[in-house]
Design a protein around this ligand. Structure first.
Ligand SMILES: Nc1nc2c(c(=O)[nH]1)N[C@H]1C(S)=C(S)[C@@H](COP(=O)(O)OP(=O)(O)OC[C@H]3O[C@@H](n4cnc5c(=O)[nH]c(N)nc54)[C@H](O)[C@@H]3O)O[C@H]1N2
Ligand SMILES: Nc1nc2c(c(=O)[nH]1)N[C@H]1C(S)=C(S)[C@@H](COP(=O)(O)OP(=O)(O)OC[C@H]3O[C@@H](n4cnc5c(=O)[nH]c(N)nc54)[C@H](O)[C@@H]3O)O[C@H]1N2
Ligand code: SF4
Ligand SMILES: [Mo]
Length: 738
C-alpha cells in the first residue's frame, strides 16, 4: 500500500486498513459497506473532504478522501468519529409535543405542524408579526441557510431573524466589510506554505482547525517564522518563533504598537498605501503614542518580544495574518480585527502569491451561512437589508412587493432581551443551542421559560430543546444534498448518504411544509436542493458574495469553486485582490483608526482574575453532537479550570481541587488543572458543557456595538477553593443528568 501522510497512517496502524472503529456502547453494529460517498465533515469551517461508508440506510464508517485538495485525506479526532451520530440511539425520530403535566409525547407530523402553525398565527395576530422570532445556525448548508432567510421574511414575515454566527463570525465580517467591502479570507490556504512570516492571533489552530496546522507546518519546513499571540501557550505556540502571551482583551494595543513601530522604522509599502488605500494618515495618528514600552505595559507581553515580532513582520517580503475568535469575541471585536488589517495594509502584502490575511471561519458553513440571508441585517449575496436597491432586487427574485420585505431585526442576544421585555412571545429555532452557547445563560433560560410558544428543529434533544412546546426531528449533514462554503471560500458539495431515521425529516422538507401551511407554499415549490441553489445563484448575482457562476456540475468537476464567481465561464477566485479592485465605494482598501480601550468587565479587588473561555480538540460547540460520541467524551469528559501554578499557589489551590468561579453573573465549580501554559492573571474554561458545568453561567451579555458579538473572551472573576478534590478518573459527567 502507498504511504499515506500522517495522521491517516497512524489511524491505519492502530485500527487496520478498513478504518472501522470498535463498537461504542449502545450503537448498533457496523458492517461491510455497500457504497462509498465523497462528502465533507459536518463540523468545523475546514470542511475536510471525507468518504463515508454506508450499508443499507446506515453510515458504517469512513475512509480518507486523498484527492480532496485542502486536507488530502487528513482528519482530526472529531472528523474520524463524526459518522457515529447517524444511527445514535439518542436521535429524535418522531415529532414531540410537550403536554402539560405529562411531558413529551410523540405526535404525528400533521398534529405537530397544525399546532405550530396555529400558535404562530395566534401570536402574530395578537402581538404583531415581529413578536414571533427565528434563530438559525450555520451548520446548515447554503441551500438551507437561504431557505431560512426566505422563510422568515416571506412565510413568517418577521424582521426578527438571526443566527448563531452572531456569536462567531460577525466581528470579522464587519471589519472585513469596512476595510475591503467584502467578507472572505483573501487566499486559499495552500498559499500559507510559502509565506515568510505568519502571525496567528487568537486562534488555537491545533485544537480548533487541526488540519490547517499541516499548512503551517509546511510553511515552517520552508523556513517561515511563526508568531503566535495568545494568553495561553497553545500547542502551536510551543514551536513558534515568538509567542506573545498578551493579557486577554489587549490585541488592539499590540497591533497599534506594531503599526506605530512600522511607521517609525519606515517598514511601509508606500506605493501600495498611496495607490490602493485610504485613511492611512488618520490611522497612524491614532497610534502615534503607542511606544513599545506602552504596548508592553498594556498587553503584559515583553517589550523585546513585541519589537522582535514587529521587525519580523515589518521586514518580511511575503506574509500571512490569521485570526479567529480570540480577538473577535470582545466588545471591541471589530476594532481588534481592524487593528490587524491595518498592519496588513501598511505592509502592502495582500493580493499577491503567498501574501494574505483572513479570519478563520468557525462553523462548518460559517462562510456560506453568513452570505445568504439569515443575519438580521442581511439579504442573499451579502446584500444590505436597509439598502433600497438591494431590497428591490431580492423582492423581485422572491416575487413579493418590496414593501412587504421586513427591515432590519434584532440580533441573537437582543432577541433574548426582547423576550424579557415581553416584545417577543414566540420563537422557532433550527440548528442553534442558545442555552449553552449564549452568554449569561441563567438569563437566557428565564427568557425561554417566558415564551408563550417555542418550536425547535434538531436531530438531538439539546438542552435548549427541552424548553420547546413542539420538537420537530430534523436531519444530519449526510441526510440531505447541498453545498457549503469552506473557510477558504471554496463552495463544495455535501452528499446525501442515508435517509433520516424513523419519522425524522429533511430540514428543508420541514421548512417547506411549514411555509405551505403558513400560506407561502408558492415561494417554496423547490423540486430538490439543486433548485434551491439555482435560485440562490440568481439572488446572489451582482452582490459581493456572487455565486451566480457556480453550478453543482462545476463544483463536482473541480472539487469546489471559490466565490466570487460572477458568470458561468468564470473559474472562481482562489486569491482575492490581485486586480487591486477592492469592493468599497471608492475601490480602495480602507485603513480604520483604532484606539485601545479596556474591556467591559474589567478586573478589580472583588473580581481580580481574568476569565477567558474557548474550546478543546475533542468537543464541538455546545457539545450536543460530540458529548454523545464515546471516544470523544473519553478524550475530554468534563471542563477543567486552567490555572497557572503561581496563581494556584497564591490562592492555595491543589491539582484537581474543585474551585468555585464567581463573576457578577453567577458562580460555577470546576476542577483545577494547574498548567504553566497560561498567564498568571488569567484562567481558561472550555464552554462545551451544559447546566452546572456551563462556562456561560459566568460570561456577560455585553455586546460589541457594531457587530453585536458577546464578550466571551473577558470576564472578571474571583476564585474560591472548596477543599474537595474532584474524582477526575470518573469517565464522563452524564449529560442527561445536568
Ligand atoms: N475542537 C473544536 N474545534 C472547533 C470548534 C469547537 O467547538 N471545537 N468550533 C469551531 C468554531 S464555530 C469556531 S468559532 C472556532 C474557534 O476557534 P478558536 O478561535 O481557535 O477557538 P477558541 O478556543 O474560542 O479561542 C482561541 C484562542 O483565543 C485565546 N484568547 C482568549 N482571549 C484572547 C485575546 O484577548 N487575544 C488573543 N489573541 N487570544 C485570546 C484563547 O486562549 C484560545 O486559545 O473553532 C472551530 N473548531
Ligand atoms: N463562553 C463561550 N461561549 C461561546 C463561545 C465561546 O468561545 N465561549 N463560542 C461561540 C461560538 S464561536 C459559536 S459558533 C456558538 C455555537 O453555538 P450553537 O450554535 O448553539 O452550537 P451548536 O452546538 O452548533 O448548536 C447547534 C445545534 O444544532 C444542531 N444541529 C447541528 N447541525 C444541524 C443540522 O444540520 N440541522 C439541524 N436541524 N440541527 C443541527 C445540533 O444538534 C445542536 O443542538 O457558541 C458560542 N458560545
Ligand atoms: S478539522 Fe474540522 S472539518 Fe476537518 S475533520 Fe476536524 S472537525 Fe472535521
Ligand atoms: Mo464559532
Amino acid at each position: 500500500m502507498a504511504k499515506l501522510p500522517l495522521p491517516v497512517q497512524q489511524i491505519i496502524d492502530q485500527f487496520g486498513p478498513t478504518l472501522h472503529f470498535p463498537e461504542p456502547e449502545g450503537i448498533v453494529g457496523r458492517d461491510e459497506p455497500d457504497r462509498v460517498v465523497e462528502t465533507h465533515c459536518c463540523f468545523c469551517g475546514m470542511q475536510c473532504g471525507i468518504k463515508l461508508l454506508a450499508k443499507d440506510n446506515r453510515v458504517v464508517g469512513f475512509e480518507p478522501w486523498m484527492e480532496f485538495p485542502f486536507n488530502e485525506g487528513r482528519l482530526c479526532p472529531k472528523g474520524v468519529q463524526r459518522y457515529m451520530q447517524d444511527n445514535h440511539p439518542d436521535r429524535l425520530t418522531t415529532p414531540l409535543l410537550n403536554k402539560m403535566g405529562v411531558g413529551y409525547v410523540p405526535s404525528s407530523w400533521d398534529d405537530a405542524m397544525e399546532h405550530t402553525v396555529a400558535e404562530i398565527q395566534r401570536i402574530q395576530a395578537t402581538y404583531g408579526r415581529d413578536a414571533f422570532a427565528m434563530l438559525s445556525g450555520v451548520s446548515l448548508t447554503n441551500e438551507k441557510s437561504y431557505m431560512v432567510g426566505k422563510f422568515a421574511r416571506t412565510a413568517l414575515r418577521t424582521k426578527n431573524l438571526d443566527y448563531n454566527g452572531r456569536l462567531c463570525m460577525v466581528s470579522a465580517g464587519a471589519g472585513n466589510k469596512k476595510a475591503f467591502g467584502l467578507d472572505r479570507t483573501s487566499n486559499n490556504y495552500t498559499d500559507l506554505a510559502h509565506a515568510e512570516v505568519i502571525i496567528v492571533t487568537g486562534a488555537n489552530v491545533s485544537e480548533t482547525f487541526p488540519t490547517l496546522t499541516y499548512w503551517l507546518w509546511q510553511a515552517r519546513d520552508n523556513g517561515a517564522k511563526i508568531i503566535v499571540v495568545d494568553p495561553r501557550m497553545i500547542p502551536l505556540a510551543r514551536t513558534a518563533d515568538i509567542h506573545l502571551d498578551i493579557r486577554p482583551g489587549t490585541d488592539s494595543a499590540l497591533f497599534g504598537t506594531i503599526l506605530n513601530y512600522m511607521v517609525q522604522h519606515d517598514m511601509l509599502d508606500h506605493a501600495f498605501i498611496a495607490n490602493h488605500t485610504s485613511g492611512f494618515e488618520e490611522t497612524i495618528a491614532a497610534v502615534k503614542d503607542y511606544t513599545l514600552e506602552w504596548g508592553a505595559e498594556i498587553t503584559g507581553a515583553k517589550k523585546e518580544k513585541i519589537e522582535a515580532a514587529a521587525k519580523l513582520w515589518g521586514k518580511a517580503s511575503t506574509s500571512f495574518l490569521l485570526h479567529a475568535r480570540g480577538i473577535e469575541h470582545h466588545t471591541k471585536g471589530v476594532e481588534n480585527v481592524l487593528s490587524c488589517i491595518n498592519i496588513v495594509l501598511a505592509s502592502g502584502r495582500i493580493g499577491r502569491p503567498y501574501c494574505g490575511y483572513g479570519t478563520i471561519t468557525g462553523q462548518g458553513n460559517g462562510q456560506g451561512g453568513r452570505e445568504h440571508g439569515h443575519k438580521c441585517d442581511q439579504l442573499p449575496g451579502n446584500r444590505d437589508i436597509e439598502n433600497p436597491e438591494h431590497r428591490q432586487y431580492i423582492a423581485d427574485v422572491w416575487g413579493i412587493d418590496e414593501k412587504d420585505l421586513p427591515g432590519k431585526g434584532l440580533s441573537a442576544y437582543e432577541i433574548i432581551e426582547a423576550i424579557h421585555r415581553n416584545e417577543i412571545k414566540g420563537l422557532i429555532s433550527i440548528c442553534f443551542n442558545p442555552l449553552v452557547s449564549l452568554p449569561n445563560n441563567n438569563y437566557v433560560r428565564e427568557a425561554l421559560e417566558k415564551l408563550e410558544f417555542y418550536v425547535g428543529i434538531d436531530f438531538f434533544m439539546s438542552e435548549t430543546m427541552r424548553h420547546c412546546d413542539v420538537i420537530l426531528p430534523g436531519s444530519l449533514h449526510e441526510e440531505e444534498e447541498g453545498t457549503v462554503t469552506t473557510a477558504e471560500g471554496r463552495v463544495v458539495r455535501i452528499r446525501k448518504v442515508v435517509e433520516p431515521p424513523g419519522q425524522a425529516r429533511a430540514d428543508s422538507d420541514i421548512l417547506m411544509e411549514l411555509a405551505r401551511r403558513l400560506g407561502a407554499g408558492d415561494k417554496f415549490a423547490f423540486a430538490d436542493s439543486e433548485a434551491v441553489f439555482n435560485e440562490l445563484r440568481v439572488a446572489s448575482k451582482g452582490g459581493t458574495a456572487d455565486y451566480y457562476g457556480i453550478t453543482y456540475e462545476k463544483i463536482e468537476k473541480n472539487m469546489g469553486v471559490f466565490w466570487p464567481c460572477p458568470d458561468l465561464d468564470h473559474p472562481g477566485t482562489p486569491r482575492l485582490w490581485e486586480d487591486r479592485k477592492f469592493k468599497t465605494p471608492d475601490g480602495r482598501a480602507h485603513f480604520n483608526p483604532v484606539q485601545y480601550h479596556p474591556s467591559m468587565d474589567p478586573t478589580d479587588d472583588a473580581y481580580p482574575v481574568i476569565l477567558t473561555t474557548g474550546r478543546v480538540v475533542s468537543q464541538y460547540l455546545s457539545g450536543t453532537q460530540t458529548r454523545r460520541i464515546g471516544k470523544l467524551v473519553q478524550q475530554f469528559a468534563q471542563p477543567f479550570l486552567e490555572i497557572h501554578p503561581m496563581l494556584a499557589d497564591k490562592l492555595g489551590i491543589q491539582q484537581h481541587e474543585e474551585v468555585q468561579v464567581i463573576t457578577k453573573r453567577g458562580e460555577a465549580t470546576f476542577p483545577a488543572n494547574i498548567v504553566e501554559t497560561i498567564r498568571e492573571d488569567t484562567v481558561f474554561i472550555p464552554y462545551h458543557w451544559p447546566g452546572r458545568k456551563s462556562a456561560n453561567q459566568l460570561t456577560s451579555g455585553f455586546l460589541d456595538p457594531i457587530s453585536k458579538i458577546p464578550e466571551f473572551k473577558v470576564s472578571a472573576c474571583r476564585l474560591v477553593p472548596t477543599g474537595k478534590i474532584a474524582d477526575v478518573t470518573k469517565e464522563a459527567i452524564d449529560y442527561k443528568s445536568v
